[in-house]
Ligand binder design. Structure first.
Ligand SMILES: CC(C)(COP(=O)([O-])OP(=O)(O)OC[C@H]1O[C@@H](n2cnc3c(N)ncnc32)[C@H](O)[C@@H]1OP(=O)(O)O)[C@@H](O)C(=O)NCCC(=O)NCCSC(=O)/C=C/C[N+](C)(C)C
Length: 250
């Protein structure tokens, strides 16, 4: 349980998130993931990273229950800083990151997949930002890397999800495979990158980040500023409390 890294002989670091029941990460979980991704990229023996998850889905975003059961603002501030650190780590990782997505990829999950260099998905994968329904904002920066502008806006305002097949049609998901083949498909892409000259691949990643038209970290920080406003006016608590109460009622 948690975040684990296995470095394979071909130079692929496989980072696996396993946080039952739905891979909704705690503050600690986001920071652990950030450190695992950065450490893999720092390892000179690594040429590519595969980021995947065990369980029912890739990622269900922040752990709302931790946020609502923690006194004061520590969990709220921590989740924001943890998400920022984890999304930034995927982006800044010195080698390409291949996200292997299955099942749900929601909220913070989109932050991870959107900042990955390559996304491979299972046929059951879907992506979305339920933030507006949770009284929050954020990860539109990263969703905008996966879908065109108007679809991104529709997804933010309506909280509708898109499937892996739709993203494949937009070109942001490289390959859609049956769930049982997801790990192998992601590893195969990562191995083909790790087989290249490691110095050149690191410079290729640095170069691609350097020509990005959007500063993803700054853009996400702007989004977070408005999330803080929603918290100040009480909209955050109202919607998160409703989520927790709905689960309890069930
Ligand atoms: C589609 C989901 C993830 C799974 O659906 P399901 O039908 O397979 O499972 P179920 O809804 O019964 O959930 C199982 C248990 O997991 C709990 N759960 C689910 N999501 C979360 C969560 N995010 N935090 C804490 N706990 C969660 C759920 O209450 C069930 O517990 P019990 O068995 O009842 O005890 C579906 O669950 C779903 O849609 N979840 C909500 C996803 C969501 O809204 N994520 C947060 C998005 S906001 C975000 O990630 C980033 C915010 C930005 N910022 C940091 C700036 C605030």
């Amino acid at each position: 349980m948690g975040v684990s890294t296995t470095t394979h002989p071909g130079g692929v670091a496989e980072i696996v998130v396993d946080a039952p029941p739905v891979n909704a990460l705690t503050v600690r979980g986001w920071f652990d993931l950030a450190e695992a991704v950065l450490a893999a990229g720092r390892d000179p023996g690594v040429g590519a990273v595969v980021l995947r998850a065990e369980g029912r889905g890739f990622n269900a975003g922040v752990d709302i229950k931790e946020m609502q059961s923690t006194d004061g603002h520590a969990a709220l501030v921590g989740a924001n800083r943890g998400c920022y650190a984890a999304f930034a780590a995927v982006y800044d990782c010195e080698v390409p990151v291949v996200a292997a997505v299955h099942g749900f990829c929601l909220g913070g999950g989109v932050g991870l997949a959107g900042n990955a260099d390559i996304v491979v998905a299972a046929q059951d994968a879907y992506f979305g930002l339920p933030e507006v329904d949770r009284g929050a904002l954020g990860a539109a920066t990263h969703l905008a890397r996966l879908v065109p502008q108007h679809l991104m806006r529709a997804m933010v305002y309506t909280c509708r999800n898109v499937t892996a097949d739709e993203l494949h049609r937009h070109g942001s998901v490289l390959e859609v495979v049956p769930a049982e083949r997801l790990r192998d498909a992601a590893m195969a892409v990562a191995e083909s990158i790790a087989a290249k000259d490691r110095y050149v691949i690191r410079r290729a990643k640095e170069s691609l980040n350097g020509i990005d038209p959007v500063d993803v970290k700054r853009s996400y920080r702007f989004e977070q500023g408005l999330t803080f406003e929603l918290n100040l006016v009480g909209a955050g608590d109202e919607h998160r409390d409703a989520f927790v109460a709905k689960g309890a009622a069930r």
